[in-house]
Design a protein around this ligand. Structure first.
Ligand SMILES: Cc1cc2nc3c(=O)[nH]c(=O)nc-3n(C[C@H](O)[C@H](O)[C@H](O)COP(=O)(O)OP(=O)(O)OC[C@H]3O[C@@H](n4cnc5c(N)ncnc54)[C@H](O)[C@@H]3O)c2cc1C
Length: 434
């Protein structure tokens, strides 16, 4: 393959250029607090902001630098849906329950968009809508069928089917069979969004401490003791918000989430003409299939960001970038010859029932398993967890304390992922032929 990398190509997230991480932290955590949050992603930070506002002394710990996890590595899609397609959800839980769960996802979007505005978080957030691209005629029909069913069930969703003849309004590609334009979806710069949450939480008094892992949580009296390499913290409540990075110290949660790497890359700066041709509406694209690709313009519309191949072996990042590059020019032939400046990966967490989970186990709060919808769902359910901690009945959503399944002999190392992904890709390939 011709050289696809610029001279300054990096294997760190594109977002970190504008929102670099704090690279050291020696702060000693306080000996006593009201709440310890483990994990400084959007979920932990959203909860910390709300708890601090509600007058709770809050400490957020991260094992690595603050924001090390997926919250600063993602694609920045602020959606209003669950990871599972509506048709599959209705088969799994029935239509009434499916409508309730889908409505939580809409509330999650609305809460997060309102939070960005209310907190004046400068993260290039734009309400663009999203194009769900159908890789086959069958996928197109399924999208239309799911939309009808959601509207019938009263799910507050605003969408329109875009037939194949019109898809060039969305994407300079002939490989799709049309798709669905989902309104009320946005995109933003995830690094700046996360930094905004950290700044707001700190300004409300939260301690946010990096390079300080929680290595154990033990109950003591009516509360807990959290052990870290920099001392123990006595606390009334603990909230585990570690998602795809859940460590062995939390075996109950770790057995219930399936970490999977997701990959992204950024092109060099492209001409305004090429950008306008590739995604004329500036709307992010997500393929409507099991193992989707996603494509969006960056925050100022000067580059294409491209992602996919979730759950595949990591291998080396430059090898993965070469594979994704092949996918990119298959979808967007106009990008043949452009070079890449960044490629990176991060860990999402899937679950055995494809639903996010939040609740309390042995007195410890958790919210995780976002199935790649953690920006809206996690930010919202982080806030809802804060409400639960302070005993506010408004904390309850249809996702609370649902049975959180695991499997025998699964302890957090997803040895089966390779075959599961192969099976999902196989289903996608056979669907594409129809
Ligand atoms: C490439 C990619 C693209 C994505 N695109 C999107 C998208 O467009 N839209 C969307 O909604 N979602 C997307 N996601 C998923 C989304 O980013 C995640 O669901 C979300 O960020 C999870 O947030 P979180 O706070 O739960 O976890 P994370 O942000 O992953 O944070 C977990 C943190 O826990 C810390 N931790 C682990 N162990 C310990 C310990 N013992 N002590 C202290 N801290 C610990 C980790 O260091 C980590 O920083 C994407 C993910 C990736 C990787």
């Amino acid at each position: 393959m011709a050289d696809i990398f610029t001279d300054n190509y990096k294997e760190t997230p594109y977002w970190w250029d504008l929102a670099p991480h704090e690279t050291s932290d020696e702060q000693v955590p306080p000996a006593k607090t009201d709440v310890v949050i483990v994990g400084s992603g959007n979920v932990g930070m959203s909860a910390a902001l709300s708890l601090s506002r509600l007058g709770r002394k809050t400490v957020v710990l991260d094992a690595q630098e603050i924001g090390y996890g997926a919250s600063t590595r993602n694609a920045g899609y602020l959606g209003r849906g669950l990871g599972m397609k509506y048709g599959a959800l209705t088969s799994a839980v029935g239509r009434q329950e499916a409508a309730k769960l889908a409505t939580v996802a809409v509330a999650a979007h609305d809460y997060t968009a309102a939070l960005i505005r209310a907190e004046q978080i400068t993260c290039a957030y734009r309400d663009t809508g999203r194009f769900l691209a159908a890789p086959s005629k069958k996928a197109y029909d399924k999208l239309a069928q799911d939309l009808d069913m959601m509207l019938e069930d009263g799910v507050p969703i605003d969408a329109e089917m875009i037939p194949r003849e019109r898809q060039h309004e969305e994407i300079a590609s002939d490989i799709y069979h049309g798709g669905q334009l989902l309104r009320g979806n946005g995109i933003m710069h995830p690094g700046l969004m996360h930094r905004g949450l950290v700044d707001r939480a700190r300004s409300q008094g939260a301690d946010v401490i990096g390079f300080c892992p929680a290595t154990a949580v033990d109950s003591q009296g009516s509360g807990f003791v959290v052990t870290t390499p920099r001392g123990k913290i006595e606390t009334r409540d603990v909230f585990i918000a570690t998602n795809g990075y859940t460590p062995k110290a939390f075996p109950w949660q770790r057995r219930r989430v399936i970490p999977a790497s997701a990959f992204m890359m950024a092109t060099e700066t492209l001409s305004p003409e090429l950008m306008a041709k590739v995604q004329p509406g500036g709307r992010p694209l997500l393929e409507a299939c099991n193992t989707p690709l996603w494509i969006r313009p960056n925050e100022d519309g000067t580059r294409v960001l491209f992602g996919g191949r979730t759950g595949e072996d990591l291998g080396s990042l430059d090898r993965k970038a070469e594979q994704l590059y092949g996918e990119m020019v298959r979808v967007l032939p106009d990008l043949e010859g452009v070079k890449l400046t960044h490629s990176w990966s991060g860990k999402v967490a899937m679950t055995f029932d494809w639903l996010p989970h939040t609740g309390t186990h042995e007195g410890i709060h958790y919210a995780m398993g976002w199935c790649a919808t953690g920006i809206p769902m996690g930010t919202y359910l982080g806030h809802q967890t804060a409400l639960r901690i302070v005993g506010d009945p408004a904390s309850v959503t249809a996702l609370d304390n649902r049975p959180f399944p695991t499997r025998p002999f699964y302890y957090g190392n997803p040895w089966f992922l390779r075959w599961a992904i192969w099976w999902l890709q196989y289903q996608d390939r056979t669907m594409m032929k129809k």
